[in-house]
Design a protein around this ligand. Sequence first.
Ligand code: CTP
Ligand code: MG
Length: 335
Amino acid sequence: RNFKRQTECRIDISRLNAPFLSIYDSLIPPEEEKGKQKQLLTLLEKLVSKEWPEARLFLYGSCANSFGVSKSDIDVCLATEDPDVNKSDVLLKLADILQSDNLQNVQALTRARVPIVKLMDPVTGISCDICINNVLAVVNTRLLRDYANIDVRLRQLAFIVKHWAKSRGVNETYQGTLSSYAYVLMCIHFLQQRKPAILPCLQGMERTYVVKVDNIECAYFDQVEKLSGFGSRNRESIAQLVWAFFNYWAYCHDYTNDVISVRTGSILSKRVKDWTRRIGNDRHLICIEDPFETSHDLGRVVDKYSIKVLREEFERAAEIMQHDPNPCVKLFEPY
Ligand code: CTP
Ligand code: MG
């Protein structure tokens, strides 16, 4: 496959900066959306505190990690005082409470991998998923948000990659393609690897933030305001980065041996992680290490059919970036 690998972009890529940036701008949520999210969170806090006065609500996912596009659903984590509560009981009770307060489409999904209650708030029009005690997600949301504050090119690249993945139907974990969370980690890792680096490896630096969650120690350098000029020696533009990102996943990544790792800011080997064979449903056909749950491969949802779909989509995108006269349209064409 590597025969197609391009070491440099032959077209004049700089002409694509303006159109990519305008796509990015059009995806940024307007300020008023934040206000509506706050309003819904306040309502939920009020309802929850009546039943569980000690519980706390946290936003996580794209509404809190700065990778949320306009009109996204919000993800909320209810952290109970007792970490070992029966999640199904809490979710069913919560669903009752929400329904009595006229929230719509209330549904408790107690058997899902991450059990949640879904709801739609008719006042703000926002849909919301509430999970119980998924505190690691709150912490990894914070890590992603901190990375986003170091260099704006991360947010630009991730918006474009997410938009591409949604348009092309490869952002569906239940169909064996990757989550948005996985795509953002791929973008962070990619920017850590540029020469010169555009992002540092926060977990390899002085530990200014440390918490222990579910017996996992989560620690990293979180004083990112001190890192604002970090990537400035690298002058690559968004168009160059989009080109290089797809070129990397189409032709340069070693799918047989490599694991990408934001935690170490490097590539690890599948052999060292013991991710070389299928165990149960985990196949490790594309390996993305979770930054905190290091035994967790975000590529484990990918099967032998969907890996082909994914790789063909990366190749399609790389080809378009290399040869198409109008990549900003073609890249996002519905599949
Ligand atoms: N998450 C996780 N482990 C996963 C998938 C998700 O911990 N395997 C957590 C992460 O905190 C992530 C959040 O769940 O930020 C939401 O995941 P996802 O829906 O993939 O990402 P969003 O950023 O919410 O993207 P979207 O805009 O597509 O909703
Ligand atoms: Mg989400």
